[in-house]
Design a protein around this ligand. Structure first.
Ligand SMILES: C[S@@+](CC[C@H](N)C(=O)[O-])C[C@H]1O[C@@H](n2cnc3c(N)ncnc32)[C@H](O)[C@@H]1O
Length: 218
């Protein structure tokens, strides 16, 4: 059982995948190439989460999206595929090595023209962006202790009704008081607690993959 699906038995997880849109050859190859990197590959989002994010991007008619934490590009591919022609996705990461892999797969999938990659600490990239409500959708999946600052910087840059999605908010169950093992767990605990009463957003935490929080800007 991987942390991506720690709430499900292997059997139920398999069933869920068998009854969701199947991944295509580009996604299969990206999963395989990322798996060859070793344990670090567990950073990649789950396929069912990718399918859900593509659907959500389409349902919301997103034209402008931003991602914090791109790695080898699976989640960015999921968002980019949901964008209409002319839609844009700004990807923020610090790793040229991992995002070089991403770029090859975005090319193969024919979505490179919609994606701009900015390398550097995501907080600096965010702070360099105009404080205009330009984004419909933000996906946050980078350093976990950075999430509070990312939410803070995203807020003015998100349109009303726009959505922030935070990944790994359940930390494999280690957000439960008494189960924390490190600073990332404790930081996520604090953030989850704060967002539950944050009047700027409608907040829903769902048990998909490792837990996703949805923040709709009021
Ligand atoms: C969990 S992975 C992202 C997985 C990706 N969403 C996917 O679907 O494959 C986290 C990524 O955040 C990046 N990262 C970590 N700290 C960062 C920071 N301060 N600024 C920008 N990116 C950062 C890492 O280089 C890594 O690629």
């Amino acid at each position: 059982m991987t942390p991506k699906s720690f709430l499900l038995t292997d059997e139920v997880h398999r069933y869920l995948l068998d009854h969701t849109d199947p991944i295509d050859a580009v996604q299969r190859d990206l999963i395989d190439e990322t798996a060859a990197l070793g344990g670090i590959s567990s950073m990649q989002i789950a396929p069912e989460q990718g399918a859900f994010m593509t659907m959500l991007t389409r349902l919301m008619s997103v034209t402008s999206a931003i991602e914090i934490g791109t790695f080898t590009g699976y989640s960015a591919l999921a968002i980019a595929r949901g964008l209409p022609p002319g839609g844009t996705l700004l990807c923020c990461d610090v790793s040229p090595e991992w995002t070089d892999i991403a770029k090859r797969y975005w090319d193969r999938a024919g979505v490179s023209d919609r994606i701009e990659l900015r390398l550097g600490p995501a907080l600096e990239t965010l702070q360099s962006l105009p404080q205009d409500p330009a984004y419909d959708l933000a996906f946050v999946d980078a350093d976990k202790t950075g999430y509070p600052a990312y939410v803070q910087e995203l807020y003015p840059r998100l349109r009303t009704n726009g959505l922030v999605i935070l990944d790994n908010v359940l930390r494999g169950g280690q957000v439960i008081p008494g189960h924390e093992t490190n600073d990332e767990d404790r930081s996520m605990q604090g953030l989850n607690h704060a967002l539950a009463v944050d009047q700027r957003f409608d907040t829903v935490l769902l048990p998909l993959a490792d837990g996703l929080t949805f923040l709709r800007k009021r």
